[in-house]
Every structure is written in C-alpha cells, then in structure tokens.
Design a protein around this ligand. Structure first.
Ligand code: G3P
Ligand code: CA
Length: 336
C-alpha cells in the first residue's frame, strides 16, 4: 500500500499540526485495547472512533525485516502460532516474530492476550479470549499508518501516531536494526518532523540518543521510563529520573513516558494519592510527561478506582497526556 498523495497528506495533517487540544493528550494504548484485541487494525479503528488523540504502535521486525505492530517479541500470547507452526519455538519455548516471515505471520489469527502460564485471559472482562475465528491479523506498520491516515481523511479528525521501537538492543544482538527500518517508513508517511502528529518512543536510553544523533530523527521523541525495580535492558531508570538524568534526556528528547508509579502512588489502602515531584521537575526542563498505562481493570496498588486514578494523574499531577486502554473513559473524564 502507498501513503496518501502529498497534498492530501498535508491537508490531513494540518489541523492537528496547527492546534492540539488544550486538555491533556489521550493516547490509545495498543489501540482501544480495553475493548478489542491489542494492536489489531480493529482496535486502532475503534480507538480513532472513540476520539483518541494518538494511537500507539509497538514495533518489532519479522524474519524478512518488515516492521509489524506487535507488543511482544513473541507471537504466542496473542496469536494461534503454536497451533499453526508447531516446532517453531526457540529452546526457551517461545515463538519469536523475528523467526517468521511476513507471509507466515499473515497466516496467524490474533486473539485477546492470554497468560501462557495458565492459558487464561490476561484481562477476563475484556474481549473474550476464546472467540474464534476472530479474523484479526497482525498488521504491518505500513498497513496501520495507511489505515490511520485514511480514517483521518474520512472522519475529518486527525489522530496522531505514537510508535515505539521495541527492544532495539535485543534486535541488534540478533543482527537486526529496527530503528533503521522504521524511520524511513515514518518519513514516507509524513511524520519526520516536529510539526507532524507523532511521538517516537523507546525504553532504551542508548537508542533514544542514537535516534536523535546517529540516525538523525528530527521528529518528537519520548524517553520511556520503567517502574522502580524494572529491568531496563541496560538503561538505568533510577538515573533517568534523577536531576542529571532528566537534564540529559531534555537535551535530546521532547518528553518522558514514565510508569504511573513514578508519578503517583497510594501508600496504603484508604490513603490519599501521593504525587511525586517528577512531573514538576520534567516540565521545568521543558519535557512533556505522558505516563502509562490507565487500565480500569488493572489499577495501581491501593488505588481505589478509575476516577481516583484519573483525578490523581490529571488533576493533582497535571500530566500532559497519558496512555490508556480505555480512551473513551479517559476522554470522558477530561471533558467533564
Ligand atoms: O509505550 C508506553 C507503554 O506502552 C509502555 O508499556 O509495555 O505497553 O509498551 P508497554
Ligand atoms: Ca508501548
């Protein structure tokens, strides 16, 4: 598929490039993943219809170097790969997207995420994991961007994109380079500068610096920051949230995407929310703050309910945007 013609593309992007909403941005996390299997085109179309400002893409590579929209390095938690391709797992028992060609991946059916330890749905109240056939597939990045830009035109409302380079260090250990593959695609679709409705994101600090430096990315860039105790694949998240770390991030990036627990916590059941100083320190350095992930069915520890979470993030911490599995509920809160 080809991107929209240049003039149409400019007209399509113009409204958001000129005026972003005055309220915080709502990023549909893996699409409207609270309602449809994550990262399917159906979930992205629904997120668009629900009014999300941005639609997220996690990106990994196939065996033939095609960027596809998939959260895990593995295919097994969200597809029927084990049934269709028995014997193709690595010694660790996992089915890696990198070991399958696009033609093979196109044969897989996407379903709601399951917990591989017990085979049960990760989020039992969501789209039923047992539904089959779903008719849903893993999209390529190109297919997804084509859909979003077509929807922007047909709906008259521009939703931006929020692509994440997944596990670049791991890919490079395998002899692959997802950033070098993805950047030309983003450029071809018109997202390569800061006027475009796009935030490129990555968890790995080394790769964020490389994107801005060696790879010459001129668009908006966000450093993701995992929660306390999370493994950062060589990235020290504790250092990133220090004053020196934030200053270093501010020199190359436009924002940070911290785990919610780095912004607000509930120390005990019944206790009020406690807001950290991260948002204030980041914004003082000119960094936007977009925490992840609002889920009504997976709240932070001791957080009483979704209204309390959204009030803490938007009302108390005053973040600039947030990733949410339920863009309609987050928009409803912000539009009150
Ligand atoms: O990229 C923001 C958020 O999506 C990070 O968490 O694991 O869902 O990619 P993850
Ligand atoms: Ca992500």
């Amino acid at each position: 598929m080809r991107p929209l013609p240049q003039l149409a593309l400019l007209l399509t992007l113009a409204p958001l490039a000129l005026a972003q909403p005055a309220r915080p941005l709502v990023v549909a996390h893996r699409g409207a993943s609270g309602y449809l299997p994550e990262h399917t085109l159906a979930a992205k179309a629904y997120g668009h219809a629900l009014g999300a400002d941005f639609l997220e893409q996690d990106i990994v590579l196939t065996k033939d170097d095609v960027p596809v929209v998939l959260h895990d390095l593995y295919l097994d938690a969200v597809t029927d790969v084990a049934r269709r391709f028995p014997g193709r797992a690595r010694p660790d028992g996992r089915y890696y997207a990198l070991d399958f060609t696009l033609a093979e991946i196109r044969q897989l059916e996407v379903r709601e995420r399951v917990n591989l330890k017990n085979g049960e749905a990760q989020y039992p109240a969501r789209y039923p994991a047992a539904v089959a056939p779903t008719g849903l597939r893993i999209p390529t990045l190109e297919e997804e961007l084509t859909l979003i830009q077509a929807l922007n035109r047909s709906s008259g409302r521009v939703a931006g994109i929020y692509p994440e380079i997944k596990a670049p260090r791991w890919h490079r250990d395998q002899g692959r380079d997802p950033s070098r593959v993805v950047l030309p695609v983003l450029a071809r679709f018109g997202y390569a500068d800061k006027t475009a409705p796009c935030f490129l994101q990555c968890f790995e600090w080394e790769e964020v610096r490389r994107l801005r430096g060696e790879l010459g990315w001129k668009g908006r860039l966000v450093q993701l920051i995992g929660g306390a105790g999370q493994d950062g694949a060589g990235t020290d998240y504790g250092w990133l949230v220090s004053e020196a770390g934030l200053q270093a991030v501010a020199a190359v990036a436009d924002g940070i995407g911290p785990a919610i627990g780095r912004v607000v916590t509930w120390p005990a059941a019944g206790s009020p929310a406690q807001v950290t100083d991260l948002v204030a320190r980041a914004r003082a350095l000119g960094l936007a703050v977009h925490p992840y992930t609002i889920r009504r069915d997976d709240l932070p520890r001791h957080c009483p309910d979704l209204p309390a979470l959204q009030a803490a993030l938007f009302g108390a911490a005053r973040v600039d945007g947030a990733f949410t599995d339920f863009p309609d509920l987050t928009l409803a809160y912000l539009r009150r």
